[in-house]
Design a protein around this ligand. Structure first.
Ligand SMILES: [Zn+2]
Length: 96
């Protein structure tokens, strides 16, 4: 009975070792370098119409009067444009 158990355990260990070796990746698979990432093309830069900071065109916010680095700068610039237009309108009204 003990001999039978010994053989069963021995066969199980051999089967486990064979299965483990087949499942492991070979060293050649690990040594293969990863494919290089796709080269990034240079991106067009624009400057903020409010503060002049340069930023990638894809990050810029379009607005009246140009491109902006943030919504706050766009709002400030457009607010100043509207104030200037209102002042010009008042001046035109006073001249006529
Ligand atoms: Zn800005």
């Amino acid at each position: 009975m003990i001999k039978l158990l010994f053989w069963i355990v021995l066969l199980a260990v051999i089967a486990f070792v064979i299965g483990f070796k087949r499942g492991r990746p070979t060293p050649r698979d690990n040594a293969r370098p990863a494919p290089p990432p796709a080269p990034r093309l240079p991106e067009h830069m624009v400057s903020c119409a409010e503060c002049g900071m340069h930023l990638p065109a894809s990050d810029a916010l379009p607005g009246r009067g140009g491109q902006f680095c943030s919504a706050a700068h766009r709002a400030a610039h457009e607010h100043r444009l509207e104030a200037a237009e209102a002042a010009r309108g008042r001046r035109d009204d006073a001249a006529t």
